[in-house]
Write a protein of this length. Structure first.
Length: 365
């Protein structure tokens, strides 16, 4: 029996059977090692696959980002408006726009000066978002007026022209000219502004910075004309008159177009120039200020006043007068009233004296 059991045990070991649940043959050990190797190989392949997928996604992302950058770079900069953005649309065409109102893109043409109405809307949008948003001289004619109201949120036509009536998103309305400057008293929403009156004459009253040498009037006019043409595209022949006071460092320049002309927009040119002189240029290269060269001297500006003359006189009334003027008028009226009252009292006193004198003479008789 023992020999029989020994032979059975030897046969079980050779056949790979287990005693107490543990493997005892070399073949089982080799199979387990093989399984482990296969498992490790599968894990390695899976890890390599995951790494490859990650690298591929990263490459695709970088490729798309690079293409987007390339597409954006293909569109030129908006040189006439530093806040303008130019991007390609679905048809691969470049279009430029300004953000206005509540972030609405307003298409613009960056090859020329942007209409003043669009510029003011963009400034109001940026102001709401907290982004970074006047010797010789005087009125050229009695009907000329300044823009004393400042910026407001205007209503624009599709081509960038101002609507004749503006309300600044309030119940108070007024009429404006083609430059967007108020030309009437303020009223309610029933106010009637039948037409947009054209501004045909603008007077710039400039004060230049100090210079060391003399400035020739003729050279000054030629230099300013060349600068206005290169910077704003203005025909120098529209400069109707130029006066210069060297002691006050004051330049008075009248820019005038024919009445009835609707092709030339003097308002937008004046707005760009006013911003340039006040060191708030609207051009993309806003470090380039309005500086002209006269007889080899660099001439920069430090102050500007802009007077507007319309084809039809404005309709301001006494309500438009400033508080100081009203106060002066009130004082003058009061002085006249007091003077008349004193004169009346004096004459009344004189009459009383005249009546008493004859009575005394009769008493003596």
């Amino acid at each position: 029996c023992p020999n029989r059991f020994a032979r059975t045990h030897l046969r079980q070991v050779e056949e790979g059977s287990c005693v107490d649940g543990a493997p005892h043959s070399a073949r089982d050990l080799r199979e387990q090692q093989k399984d482990r190797k296969e498992l490790l190989e599968e894990e390695r392949l899976l890890l390599e696959f995951i790494i490859c997928v990650f690298i591929m996604k990263l490459w695709i992302f970088l490729l798309v980002a690079g293409c987007a950058t390339l597409v954006t770079a293909q569109c030129p900069l908006c040189t006439t408006m530093k806040w303008g953005r130019c991007e390609q649309n679905d048809q691969s065409q470049c279009g430029c726009f300004l953000l206005v109102d509540d972030g609405r893109p307003q298409p613009i043409d960056c090859s020329t000066l942007v209409p003043k109405c669009f510029l003011m809307k963009a400034e109001m949008y940026r102001a709401r978002k907290g982004q970074s948003t006047r010797s010789i001289g005087g009125k050229p004619v009695e009907t000329a007026f300044l823009d004393n109201d400042g910026i407001y949120d205007p209503e624009c036509e599709a081509d960038g022209r101002f609507r004749a009536r503006q309300c600044n998103n309030t119940e108070e309305c007024w009429c404006v000219n083609s430059a967007g400057v108020r030309r009437s008293d303020k009223g309610d929403k029933n106010m009637n502004c039948s037409q947009l009156v054209e501004t045909y004459w603008i007077r710039f009253q400039l004060t230049h910075k100090e210079v060391s040498g003399q400035i020739n009037d003729k050279s000054l006019k030629n230099s300013l004309g060349a600068e206005m043409k290169s910077r704003y595209g203005l025909d120098p022949s529209l400069i109707d008159n130029l006066q210069y006071d060297p002691d006050a460092r004051m330049i008075v320049m009248d820019v005038k177009k024919p009445k009835g002309d609707r092709a030339i927009d003097l308002g937008r040119m004046a707005y760009y120039m006013e911003k340039d002189v006040k060191i708030l240029p609207l051009f993309y290269n806003d470090s380039k200020k309005f500086i002209t060269s006269v007889d080899g001297q660099s001439l920069g500006m430090e102050n500007i006043l802009v007077y507007y003359v319309d084809e039809v006189a404005p309709t301001f009334t006494m309500k438009n007068l400033s508080g100081g003027i009203i106060a002066v008028i009130v004082v003058v009226v009061l002085l006249v009233v007091v003077g008349l009252l004193l004169l009346f009292l004096y004459r009344r006193q004189q009459k009383k004296k005249y009546k008493k004198t004859p009575q005394r003479e009769l008493d003596n008789m």
